[in-house]
Design a protein around this ligand. Structure first.
Ligand code: NAD
Length: 294
């Protein structure tokens, strides 16, 4: 397949490389002009799009996606598919899809989970919104870049699934960390706490698979001095997107709102930037119940 790939950063670079390694013809564009094995550099985004059957974008946010889409869509061949894999707000995902469909193109929002490791190994999970036909066209590429692609519904459904999942993740990580901090102050051994909760009704992915307490449970960023993993500022980005969507849909999300406030304080006013999002545990452990404790 002839593919244009725009945004060759930590995620996009290895995804584009995997497509090229599988024998596809990939033209890539990124403002930072990185060299990616097997990918032919294009001078502009429009040049990467010209003649491609599928355009994939992997960009930092919705504003940049909208700007890139405005440049690329007019340059795309009729019937081609615009597939955005970035994590962006639902409104931008829908606006870009509408623009693509109005231009006679297919459109998918297909954000991923699995992080940089999953991108390199080709084991990402894709959550996809858009038409059946567009999904069928891009499916073989999802199979190369990932291990699973779920067609969630119409345009925006992929982004909706992603931010709902990550809102649960942010909230449960904080709940798990505050439970460890409380257990410490109650004199409960962390290993015993893990042994009980990991097989009781308080269990979750945050505790069982990504335990925020070092030396307890499977190896996680906590065992590597909280080096990411999944950085606190990326968690904050996704939580903010969940709250933007909740605002726009008039949904009551009090826990999501509080999780957003806590990660905002952690990343913007404290030492959270560049640390794993599970470093919420040492943050909470260091605090008491004084004013501003939430
Ligand atoms: P990144 O910053 O490493 O890559 C983004 C790339 O986009 C950069 O190389 C940048 O130069 C390029 N870019 C910016 N504006 C551009 C433009 N106008 N035209 C062309 N290129 C442009 O970020 P990343 O970690 O690769 O993340 C990309 C997306 O994937 C984000 O939306 C992020 O939320 C999402 N995501 C990231 C992870 C992760 O663990 N890193 C996991 C899941 C989802």
């Amino acid at each position: 397949m002839k593919i244009g790939f725009i945004g060759l950063g930590n995620m996009g670079g290895p995804m584009a490389r995997n497509l090229a390694a599988a024998g596809h013809q990939v033209a890539g564009f990124d403002l930072a002009a990185p060299v990616i094995e097997g990918v032919t550099p294009a001078a502009t985004a429009a040049e990467a799009a010209a003649g491609a059957e599928v355009i994939i974008t992997m960009l930092p946010n919705g504003q940049i996606l909208r700007a890139v889409a405005a440049e690329v869509i007019p340059a795309m061949a009729p019937g081609a598919v615009f597939c955005d894999c970035s994590t962006v707000d639902v409104d931008s995902a829908r606006a870009v899809a509408e623009q693509a469909v109005a231009a006679g193109l297919g459109a998918l929002d297909a954000p991923v989970s699995g992080g940089v490791g999953g991108a390199a190994a080709g084991t990402l999970t894709f959550m996809v919104g858009g038409s059946d036909a567009a999904f069928a066209t891009v499916s073989p590429l999802f199979d190369i870049m990932g291990q699973k692609a779920v067609h969630c519904g119409e345009s925006g459904a992929g982004q909706a699934a992603k931010i709902c999942n990550n809102m649960i993740l942010g909230v449960t990580m904080i709940a798990t960390c505050e439970a460890f901090a409380l257990a410490d102050k109650l004199g409960l051994d962390r290993q015993k706490m893990f042994d009980v909760v990991s097989t009781s009704s308080g269990y979750s992915w945050s505790l069982n698979a990504y335990c925020p307490a070092p030396g307890v449970g499977p190896t996680s960023p906590a065992d590597n001095d909280y080096k990411p993993g999944f950085a606190a500022e990326l968690m904050l980005k996704d939580l903010r997107l969940s709250q933007q969507a909740a605002e726009s849909a008039d949904a009551d999300t009090p826990m999501g709102q509080l999780a957003t406030a806590l990660y905002t304080a952690f990343v913007e006013d404290e030492d959270g930037r560049g640390r794993d999002f599970s470093a919420m545990l040492p943050r909470l452990s260091a605090r008491g119940r004084g004013p501003g404790s939430a």
